[in-house]
Every structure is written in structure tokens, then in C-alpha cells.
Design a protein around this ligand. Sequence first.
Ligand SMILES: Nc1ncnc2c1ncn2[C@@H]1O[C@H](COP(=O)(O)OP(=O)(O)OP(=O)(O)O)[C@@H](O)[C@H]1O
Length: 541
Amino acid sequence: MSGGELRDAGRAPSPRSFALANQRPKASFVGCSRITDYEILNKLGEGTFGEVHRARSKRTGGMVALKKIIMHNEKDGFPITALREIKLLKLLSHKNVLRLEDMAVEHPPRTSKYDKRKRPIMYMVTPYMDHDLSGMLDNPSIKISVPQIKCYMLQLLEGLKYLHANRILHRDMKAANLLINNQGILQIADFGLARHYDGDTPQPGRGGGEAKREYTSLVVTRWYRPPELLMHLKRYTTAIDMWGVGCVFGEMLVGKPILAGESDQHQLDIIFDLCGSPTEENMPGWRSLPGAEGLNLRTRQGNLASRFKDYGHGAVSLLKELLKLDWKSRVNAIDALQHPYFKNPPLPANPGDLPTFEESHEFDRRKFHDRRNALPPAPKGGTVGRGPQDNAGNAGFNNGDGYGRNGVNGGRYPRNRPPPGDERIPAWHRDRGLPPRPPPIDHTNGRDAVGDHPDSYRDRERSGPPRSRGGPPNRSDVDTYIPSYERDAPRRDDRRRRDDWDDRRPDWDRRRGPDYDERTRNSRTRSRSRSPLRDRDVYRR
Ligand SMILES: Nc1ncnc2c1ncn2[C@@H]1O[C@H](COP(=O)(O)OP(=O)(O)OP(=O)(O)O)[C@@H](O)[C@H]1O
């Protein structure tokens, strides 16, 4: 059954019948490759659940990305979340959705027959994409024009329209999960939090529609998380992804994340600064949301129009539609595609007409930040590094001053000012500044919490002391954002970094010796890594 047929099927099929109905032809899968079929090149990214490396297929010569599936707890076997991500990706086929090309397996050599830890490592193989949007916005040599923004937005909306029409919630919409290649094609990636949606598919003029059942509200990276999720709505709809599109759109316009909250409470606060405080008119039903309890709100009008006035009326109008507090009337992808913003000049560029750029991934920015912390300042024009391997993930990014041209705090926080007469100020020239440092955690007043989460996020680090087994969550546990400003790069989001890669690091990576992550990880307790809260599978509801 095609995506279109599925959409028209009326009643939501069960995940099983959806999977059966949407299977790709068997001939398109040819079993599993071996990791030795690929030549590993450099690291592109590392997320909560895997590291991503660039590689070349020895069979075809084509460039691919290999996403290693990390097993946080070996005894649990292959993570169900990864299985779901793979299953979903196998079903999907759209030019604006990342394609799963292959799976590759690595069999680490066992030291003895009792060495049960050396289980095979699995890799997801996807086509290599030259950039992720987050890395692209950090890249000092890339200027992104309005026609280009429109072009990316159209593709993002097309991809999301397809996903939503096929009843899939992405649930982690953010710039780092949007991949772009040098043919100007944008693809939605990272389906680690995605799931089948049981509600009706969006219809023109009808926003996100109504939800039919509850899901966990513990999804979406905080900076891109909509207000209804921050207030723990469980009967949410495809509109949660549309809020993320709004955040990404704003980010493309200004060159940095527009809603960089330091805690869930702060996130809501800055959302209300931008969009106005909630009322029964602009966010019907907000008062009955669990997270609204105890919220002490100042009345605010919202400053979206003034904050984005430089980008024109059309941009402000589309942004307002996407960042509507009312999730029921928030624009859906079908309607957003028809917005006048895309019809008025300057018109969207064609993907093929976009200039090509040096590759840029989110990981590059963190690397610069790590270097800056680890090393004394380097003279301009010199080279700074920790060894030859340090250049591996850094292609085309270093301008020779040792930190990359972006300077302070990694790529997003530049020292330089724009050259005069630049028609559109590139992201790296704009005054972005660091997101404010998080205040010390106050374990007594629960400032960081908007409610009592019975469960936690997708394996995110907690800001407070570890939760006692079986006991009630600490107030600080419920918050979800732990930026590590001290030794680690400021991440653009609230995901924690993966914490157990040592014995699963493949041979070609193990040679590089311990790194900061490993040292940190080794100091962590065993019991913590055994905690069921660390498995995002429990949140995939
Ligand atoms: N096909 C690809 N081509 C190029 N880069 C890629 C590709 N897939 C992933 N990446 C890079 O790896 C990063 C992490 O990938 P992905 O989001 O799939 O992993 P994750 O473990 O789910 O990460 P996170 O926890 O941040 O969501 C991306 O932001 C991107 O920079």
C-alpha cells in the first residue's frame, strides 16, 4: 500500500498492520553488510544513541554515514528503540526523508569464549549528507540567503507533510536532525524518537486535528519543545513537530537557536516572552494542563513581530503560524506550504541552483570548543592539535588559528564583525552570545521543574542527585537540560552525550585511546548505567 493509500485508509492501522502494509519490496534488501565492506573515514557526529562516521563503500565507492548502535546495557540486547528506528526508516520513502541503505555488522574479536561482552556491533548505513543544518549555521564560510532558507523550509515541510500523512510523529525536530547535501537536498533524519500516530492525519485548514490517545510528553529536545509538551499534554498531535519547524525557521533567519531555555520552566518563560502569555483565547485549555498548575505568569504581549521585523512581514506571519501557542490551530505542513511567504519575492531557490559549501556537521563545533578548553591559546596562523587524529573529523573547517574562525566557545559565538555592505549578515557574524549559564541547581524549590514527571527523558542526564531506586523523583530530576559549560562544549540542545562506548568502540576507533568522554564515563557508577531510566525505550510511548 502506498503512502497515499495509507493516508486514505480512514481508521489508524495498528503498528503491525502499518508495517506489513508498508514493507519495501524484499529485493531492495540484500541482507547485512560487514563493516569491512566500508572504509571508515571521519567522525561526523555523536548523539545520545550512537556515533556517526563518514565512510566509503568499498563495493560502490559511494559515500555513506555509519551510525553505530550503542547498547547502553548489553544484557538487554539490541535496543528496541534502534529496532523501531530501523523499522520506520525501512518503511519510509521520500526525497526529504533520510533513506536507510543498508545495515552493517562488526564482529569484534573475542579474547576468550567466555567473553560475552564482545557482541556484534550494528551500524545503520545512510547516504552521506554534507551538512546538518546546525553545523551549517555554525560554519563561518556559509552564508545562507533568504531564497535558500525558503528552499530548505519547503523541503522540510514536504518531508513532514509526508511523515504526518503516513501517521508518523517525528518528535525530535531540530536543526541537527536536518541533513543537507551539496545538491541542495534537505532530509529529515534521526527517527530515534519517532513513533506511529493513532490520530487523524492533518487536513487543510484544520491545524493538527485532534489526538485520539495519550503518548508520553517526554519527547523533543528542549529548545524545540512546544509549550503544550512543556506543560505535559499527553494527547498531542502532529502539531508538536510544527512547533519545531517554527524554531528551526527562526534559527535559520537569525543564525542561532531562538529559544535556548536553561530549564523547562525557563523554556516556557522565554516562549511566553516571544509569543505572549497564555490565555483562554490564544491557548484554549492551557489551564487544565498538568504543567500549568502553580505557574505564576506575568502578563506579556509577546515580542515576535518586533524581534523578527527585519525579516519582513511574510516571515513574521509564517513564524506566528508555526509558533502558535494553541496546538489545535497551529498551522499544519499542508497549509504552511501554501503560505504567501513562499510565493512572494525573493522566491525560493531551486535546490540544484544553490551554491555548494564545505562540509559542516554539528560535531565540528563541539570539537573546536573542546580544543579551546584543552589547549593554551594558539598564535594566529599556527596549527593546534592533539595529534594527527585530531584532524580527522574536521575537514575544511579550520582556518588555521587553531580554534576555527568562529573563535569563542565553538562555532556559534564569533568574535568577528561583519564586513561592511554584506547584504545579509551571515550567521557567524551576528551577535549571538552564549546562552546564559544555568543557575546552580536549587534542590529545595524545584525551580527547574514544572511538574512531577513520573518518568524521564530519553536517557538524558539529570541535573540533580541521582534518583533513588524505586523512590519518588527528586524535583531536580524532572528537568531535562544539562548544558555542560565547564569542560564540554555547549550543546545546542538538551541531549546528553552517550556514556558508554568503551568496550563497544570498534577496533579502528579504540586505537585513538581514551578521551574525555571515556574518563568521565569511567567515573560513573555501575548502578546508574543499569537504571531503567537510562533506556529511552521506556519513553517511546
Ligand atoms: N547521513 C548522514 N550524513 C552526514 N551526517 C550525518 C548523517 N547522519 C547523521 N549525521 C550526523 O550525526 C549527527 C547525529 O546523528 P543522529 O541525530 O542520527 O544521531 P543520534 O544518536 O540520534 O543523535 P542525537 O542524540 O543528537 O539526536 C547528526 O546531527 C549529523 O551531524
